[in-house]
Design a protein around this ligand. Sequence first.
Ligand SMILES: C[S@@+](CC[C@H](N)C(=O)[O-])C[C@H]1O[C@@H](n2cnc3c(N)ncnc32)[C@H](O)[C@@H]1O
Length: 207
Amino acid sequence: MIAVKDALDLYREYVAKHAEVDADAGEGRMRLWREVAAHADARRVLYPGSYVEATPALVWPEVVFNDQDARARRFFASPDVRAWLEQEAPGHVVRYHHGDYATAIDEPEGSFDLLLSQYAGPVGQACKRYLRRGGLLLANNSHGDAGLAHVDPDYELVAVVRRRWSDDVEGFFEPKRPPHPDREELLRLGRGVGYTKTAPQYVFRRR
Ligand SMILES: C[S@@+](CC[C@H](N)C(=O)[O-])C[C@H]1O[C@@H](n2cnc3c(N)ncnc32)[C@H](O)[C@@H]1O
């Protein structure tokens, strides 16, 4: 079993590596989670493709994580990590499902209030069925997942998050080179397209 130090080192090592590409990694992500928690009425949160990013469990009372990377399975199976999470957020429920998020998440459909999509591919499409109607998808546009939600009639853009949450969603998803690609094109591309106006994070409500 990996000890807390090792498990947390795995987490810190990951944050350090990703802080180069994402100023909001690690502690910065805590700021994001807290800002979203302050505006979104959410209890049950699903985080597919989480890797070892356990910090949402420090903010929301019930979080289900998933990844297909064996290190993530070891991380969430580590009693020391569980002890750390319990120490930091007593009583919060943490579950982990290992495998492809398209098939491996054994949770009731329509039972989550918030779906997190962060640098892990088309999560908003593959895991939409787990989100209750009226529930929220928080997505950045890595792998084009926010663009996919934009062209999806089941999703409605309701806010964006920079440092602060904003309900002003005017002018987003205007492609620099119109027309906007459709779902098949975005999935084929596997990445987002350039927009005239962008935000680090987009919030969609499931209709
Ligand atoms: C770049 S990392 C991002 C991790 C974390 N979401 C973050 O933002 O810090 C992408 C993660 O998504 C996982 N992933 C990608 N496709 C997946 C799939 N279909 N099912 C489960 N995990 C997946 C990878 O294993 C990897 O750990």
